[in-house]
Write a protein that binds this ligand. Structure first.
Ligand SMILES: *Cc1c(COP(=O)(O)O)cnc(C)c1O
Length: 393
């Protein structure tokens, strides 16, 4: 029995079966590479689901986290630390130039959405319009906003008053929103729904419709934000200012940190006692977030745009019969297949030393560290056809 098989046997006995049986046990990571418990090396094209934005063991992150931990690790939200204020100021600036914002820090994307959900209730309205195909997390509140029936059904009743409309359908959205709606919730790209981008102009239309009815526009950038799609916040590239923006995944480069950013009048809806978090915004998490923003400003954003566009074109130019097209933005890409062989592809790729995943049966998700280079990806493009052939069954 291999070392990995031994460890996975213990996993099965000690861990709840929420994730199925893991495919590998990893012991080390460096840059865009991972090493498993049997010593095999992989290139990481998933980055812990769009989380390890600077790859593994990046000196800027490990250095800053270590230093902050030596200085001061945790104090609770009865007290303040300068790193958290600095991170909040930077996120506020990213979310709203026109209307200044304020931040509530969390430890995850679901919690960021919980905070935003609670803020919508403080408008005095309760109705939320969310999108078909959406994913907003697994806590009871964020699950209520998530469309996937099989995730929801076992846990009903969920917090109510959520209506789903077809993603990208401006007419349906316009018909659904009236003066009783508290907020409209949209992902700029539906990552879990197979890296499906909103159609051009949809976010702007959502902004106009919500403004007309005094409803909030809430954009979930947990997966798309913090550089993943080549922008600090993707919706800002459409010239849209949202009332609520949620971020998490890539913000701490692997350290758990999330944030709910509220702009304009929405920024002052939470008052003392209305919400809380023991760990949220602790100095180490904030230091990690600041290190990531420093790196993005220092050239990583340019890399995301350049390598992401090159990769999508390189895959499409292969002209593979099983590849229909490549969608997404920056380094959040879905390779859309003509057959439902993405799960088989993921297994074949793993055997060959490439980590990726299949959010839909016909979509391979590529969400590598944002520091990945063309030369890291060229060998993957070169073997893609062979790996797909092995996945045909
Ligand atoms: C991952 C994700 C979440 C949930 O984040 P967790 O950190 O897993 O709680 C919410 N929204 C979107 C768009 C996501 O991709």
């Amino acid at each position: 029995m291999s070392t990995q098989q031994e460890i996975l046997q213990r996993y099965g006995a000690a861990m709840m079966n929420a994730f199925g049986t893991p495919k590998r046990v990893f012991t080390e990571g460096d840059g865009v590479h991972l090493v498993d418990a049997d010593g095999k090396r992989y290139t990481d094209l998933l980055a812990g689901i769009a989380v390890n934005s600077l790859g593994h063991n990046h000196p800027a992150v490990t250095g800053v986290i270590t230093e902050q931990l030596h200085r001061l690790g945790h104090i609770s939200n009865f007290f303040a630390s300068e790193p958290q204020i600095r991170l909040a100021e930077r996120l506020d600036a990213a979310a709203g130039e026109e209307q200044p914002g304020k931040v509530f820090f969390t430890n995850s994307g679901s919690e960021a959405n919980e905070a935003a959900f609670k803020i919508t209730r403080l408008t005095g309205r309760t109705r939320i319009i969310a999108m078909e195909g959406s994913f907003h997390g697994r806590t009871m509140g964020s699950l209520a906003l998530t469309h996937t029936e099989k995730y929801r059904a076992p846990f009903e009743p969920l917090p109510g008053d959520v209506t789903f409309v077809p993603f990208g359908d401006t007419d349906a959205l316009s018909a659904a929103v009236d003066d009783t709606v508290a907020a409209v919730l949209v992902e700029p790209v539906q990552g879990e729904n197979g890296v499906l981008p909103a159609p051009d102009g949809f976010l702007r239309a959502a902004r106009e419709i919500t403004a007309r009815h005094g409803a909030l526009l809430w954009i979930d950038e947990v997966q798309t934000g913090i550089g993943r799609c080549g922008e600090l916040l993707l919706h800002r590239a459409d010239g849209v200012t949202a009332d609520l923006v949620t971020v998490a995944k890539g913000l701490g480069a692997g350290f758990p940190v999330g944030a709910c950013i509220a702009t304009g009048r929405t920024a002052d809806l939470l008052g003392p006692g209305s919400h809380g978090s023991t760990f949220g915004g602790n100095p180490v998490a904030a230091a990690a977030g600041n290190a990531v923003l420093d790196a993005l400003e220092g050239g990583v954003l340019d890399n995301v745009r350049e390598v992401g566009d090159w990769f999508a074109a390189a895959v499409e130019n292969l002209g593979l019969p099983l590849v229909d097209h490549v969608r997404g933005r920056g380094l959040l890409r879905g390779i859309v297949l003509t057959k439902d062989v993405a799960p088989a592809f993921v297994d074949a790729a793993l055997e060959a030393g490439w980590v990726c995943n299949a959010p839909r049966p016909n979509v391979i998700r590529i969400a590598p560290p944002l520091i990945i280079t063309r030369s890291d990806l060229e060998p993957f493009v070169a073997v893609l056809g062979d790996l797909l052939d092995h996945s045909r069954g």
